[in-house]
Ligand binder design. Structure first.
Ligand code: HEC
Ligand code: HEC
Ligand code: HEC
Ligand code: HEC
Length: 206
């Protein structure tokens, strides 16, 4: 009789614990919702200034900025046609590597491989106080990471950077060259990933 009573209490307690657990994990999930993409023009407001290195100028002259328009070129159309795709500039199978946000974000789907394709969706960190500080850069960077910036900066970031670049720069893509030698030549070496070539390098301070 007594043991049956405590069994019942145990069951009620168990249910309470499970409900509470579910509630808490749900809360933490909603807290970690993905940030929104804001678009390269937002970054340009500050990162287009010469006083902090004008990273925008380097980007806009690179082929990454051209990646979306490339889909509308005759070569783009030709590749798409072979893959059975009518409108490459509106098809997720091309947009997922030729623009920011894998083609799923209205704000960035036409901008090419923009700032946030490599630095992460900026919705939560784009404001100065959420990712930068002239006094305590280390903590500002940590805050930025917690708000969705990708940890690709510096030496520790190189592994993450390799994953990021190779997510797009890989052999299995509809536009990969058929010629094996050409394919090899296009392969991104670890040294390019670790030390961006001069036409892609965009430091804060020269
Ligand atoms: C309101 C101005 C402003 C905007 C908008 C802005 N930034 Fe910044 N950001 C700065 C400044 C200023 C620094 C450099 C601070 C310093 O010198 O340490 C910086 C630093 C950075 C850094 C380097 C962090 C580090 O510690 O090395 C990255 C990466 C960065 N910004 C990316 C972006 C991206 C991507 C966007 C757009 C989504 C963006 N920023 C929008 C002002 C801005
Ligand atoms: C979202 C997908 C994506 C990511 C991430 C990405 N790239 Fe690219 N990259 C492209 C595309 C697409 C092109 C070709 C653009 C074109 O020619 O139209 C390209 C072109 C290039 C080129 C040729 C540039 C030139 O001007 O000829 C280099 C080098 C390169 N990327 C290096 C990198 C490195 C290094 C990283 C990582 C730090 C990286 N990419 C991350 C998609 C990406
Ligand atoms: C997995 C990622 C990925 C997908 C998916 C992808 N591309 Fe690409 N594309 C790239 C990268 C990376 C480059 C740059 C390669 C380089 O120059 O090293 C590129 C380059 C190109 C180029 C320039 C090619 C050249 O030889 O100069 C064209 C055109 C192109 N892609 C069209 C397309 C079309 C059309 C689609 C959809 C049918 C597509 N791509 C899908 C990653 C991708
Ligand atoms: C192809 C990927 C890619 C794109 C696109 C890109 N970045 Fe970067 N960015 C990087 C990498 C990788 C580094 C780290 C370079 C290093 O460690 O030398 C970096 C570094 C930076 C830094 C810090 C430089 C420093 O000296 O610490 C800033 C600021 C920055 N990027 C801003 C931007 C802005 C703004 C844009 C768009 C206009 C942009 N990036 C576009 C990959 C990219």
């Amino acid at each position: 009789m007594r043991s049956q009573y405590s069994k019942k209490r145990f069951c009620i307690l168990l249910v309470c614990v499970l409900v509470l657990f579910g509630f808490l994990t749900d809360l933490s999930f909603s807290k970690r919702r993905a940030a929104e993409y804001v678009g390269t023009d937002v970054c340009k407001k500050c990162h287009g200034m010469d006083s902090i290195g004008n990273q925008y100028r380097v980007w806009v002259a690179s082929n990454h900025a051209n990646a979306f328009l490339r889909l509308k070129s005759s070569k783009g159309k030709e590749i798409a046609q072979k893959a059975g795709i009518d409108l490459p500039h509106a098809d997720i199978r091309c947009l997922k590597c030729h623009t920011t946000g894998r083609g799923k974000s209205e704000a960035t789907k036409n901008e090419g491989v923009g700032c946030e394709a490599c630095h992460g969706p900026g919705g939560d960190y784009f404001e100065f106080s959420n990712h930068a500080s002239f006094i305590d850069r280390e903590n500002a960077y940590k805050k930025a990471i917690s708000l969705g910036m990708y940890p690709i900066l510096g030496v520790e970031g190189i592994k993450a950077r390799e994953r990021l670049c190779k997510n797009c720069h890989r052999d299995e893509r509809p536009c990969a060259p058929a010629d094996i030698e050409e394919k090899k030549r296009r392969e991104l070496s670890l040294s390019i990933i670790a030390d961006l070539p001069s036409k892609l390098r965009h430091p804060l301070r020269r």
